[in-house]
Ligand binder design. Sequence first.
Ligand code: HH2
Length: 282
Amino acid sequence: MTEASTEGRALVMGILNVTPDSFSDGGSWPEPEQAIRRGHELIAQGADIVDVGGESSRPGAVEVPVDEELRRVLPVVEALSPHVRVSIDTVKEPVAEAAVGAGATLVNDVSASLWPVAARLDVGWVAMHRKGTPATMQDDPRYDDVVREVGAMLAERAAAALDAGVREVWIDPGIGFGKTVDHNVELLARLDELVATGHPVLVGTSRKAFLGVLGAGADGVPLSPADRLPGSLATATYALQQGAGMVRVHDVAATVQAALLVGRPLAHGRDAGTTRETEDTW
Ligand code: HH2
């Protein structure tokens, strides 16, 4: 079983997209040198893992050729992996393989299909659920019972990966990937059912569109990604409280603070919180 915590708290995976078009940080650090600097910031903020991606998976995203994806991610993986655990966010086998060669030790796979690669390379694997592809996934997604269907698919893929010899398997409900706002809410509300599968659970709600819809003010206009930190923190905290072992986030420093609280004082009660004095009164 994967050890899903550090110093008494769950893991925080920091998002590092080396892309022009990711929905929130796209174009912020499009070149490897800028992305490496950003990666060091995420490390300084307390990221346990930095998740490097060279292709957006947002609805409608355009597929990136392998060569271009490699050009974006490999220098970043190579530069950061001596300093932090690096995962590679890709659905392409050659990219996963090259990134592992450059130092990545976790394959974050939103297609939930690359477990044979993870087995062959002896690295960890994240199986994320999505319905359809980025081009089509938000076209009227339907489920009879979203939690049961997502859970069954993930349990089946996780079992295949474990059978193939992958030693570290995470499951992830894929918030926003072929899901309506209600589907996302239901997956979070019943996250304990995924936790009950016994596989460590990763959750990525950070700045996603459903938070903009649910957090909208009286005018009903959805919040922009930059205004979704409160919802991101609330949902990450809720997921951790339900037993998620890791959250994937843009706002690492704030989430580490929340994870410390959920993982220690709140999880262990008074003993964990009352022995230390504060110097200021408020
Ligand atoms: N979400 C995104 C990308 N990769 N991986 C996992 N395991 N879980 C997620 O929820 C997940 C993911 C989408 O977010 P982001 O990387 O910020 O945007 P984009 O796909 O536009 O690059």
